[in-house]
Design a protein around this ligand. Structure first.
Ligand code: NDP
Length: 282
């Protein structure tokens, strides 16, 4: 009981003691959001638009991106532009950042959120898929971050790296995905230290999400996971606030914070909880 009480107190302290968010700070802010044709990325684009930001969005599907930018303009974005790109290629990550830098005259926020398509299934030995998935989910992130860094340095900017509970605590059916998210946490955790030690102006926020109600996620887990999915729009807003207030981490929803704490204290209990939350009858 004492352990649970201290976890709750810790979580609430983190929530309440965070710096306060000034929505005005985002008016005119120059933002690049990746994976913004659907899901959480699309919702982030709409929130930034309501705050009056200047936005560049990217993903592969040009037609959908065009519709999202139109909606962003109608919601109040000062600028909304799109560029299609495939983040599993070597050249598109740089091309996208260069486009945003040129069209917006620099960047204040870089929000890396896209993921490549992967199966929600038991590991079947397909090493090539893991090798490929690392390209969109990991290599493009570090490439884009490095490309945008000089501009973010000038603007005292921020990066938000959208990761997952799967990057902190492995789940079944997602081995390649867990590997890429763990890689993100490791790399950007280290980079965050290095920037702070160099007295850099740039902050990095690492985002740990639980199950969110996007179409892709719900389709993948349907019939297997029965835990509730949290709203994409609320997840998106929390990510934006975390970046704008330059916090190191976000845990959304609340239970991801608790799971992250108990996983090392009670590994067997954690294994039990995870496996029992899944419907699997071989
Ligand atoms: P979606 O599947 O809804 O969106 C993924 C986005 O990435 C789309 O815009 C898609 O657009 C784009 N994308 C896919 N492949 C590529 C590619 N090769 N190159 C460029 N863009 C690509 O995902 P979510 O909104 O659910 O997830 C967003 C983030 O949140 C991810 O980082 C995910 O890991 C994280 N997260 C989500 C959770 C959830 O339950 N939803 C839980 C934990 C973390 P297009 O097809 O047009 O290219």
């Amino acid at each position: 009981k004492i352990a649970i009480a201290s976890i709750c107190v810790g979580y609430l302290a983190v929530k309440w003691n965070g710096p306060s968010f000034d929505p005005e700070s985002l008016r005119g802010a120059r933002v690049l959001v990746t994976g913004a044709s659907s899901g959480i990325g699309e919702q982030m684009a709409y929130h930034y638009a309501r705050f009056g930001a200047q936005i560049v969005i990217t993903a592969r599907r040009e037609k959908v991106l065009q519709q999202v930018t139109e909606k962003c303009l109608s919601l109040g974005a000062q600028k909304a532009l799109y560029i299609s790109g495939d983040m599993s290629t070597e050249s598109d990550p740089d091309k996208v950042v260069d486009f945003a830098l040129e069209k917006l005259g620099g960047l204040d926020y870089l929000v890396l959120n896209h993921i490549g398509v992967t199966r929600f299934a038991m590991w079947d030995g397909d090493v090539n898929h893991v090798r490929w998935l690392m390209k969109p989910n990991f290599f493009s992130y570090i490439q884009m971050a490095w490309r945008a860094l000089p501009s973010l340095e000038k603007s005292k900017g921020s990066m938000a790296i959208v990761s997952s509970m799967a990057g902190k605590l492995s789940n079944p059916f997602t081995a390649p995905y867990c590997a890429t998210k763990s890689a993100l946490n490791g790399f950007f955790g280290s980079l965050s230290h290095e920037l702070a030690m160099k007295k850099s102006n740039v902050s990095i926020s690492l985002i740990t999400l639980g199950l969110i109600d996007t179409e892709t996620a719900l389709k993948a887990v349907r019939g297997i996971i029965t835990t509730p999915a949290y709203p994409a729009s609320e997840a998106a807003l929390n990510i934006i606030i975390t970046g704008a207030t330059r916090q190191l981490e976000l845990y959304y929803p609340w239970y991801t914070y608790v799971m992250n704490l108990i996983k090392d204290w009670y590994p067997s209990l954690t294994h039990h909880l995870i496996q029992n939350a899944l419907n699997y009858n071989p």
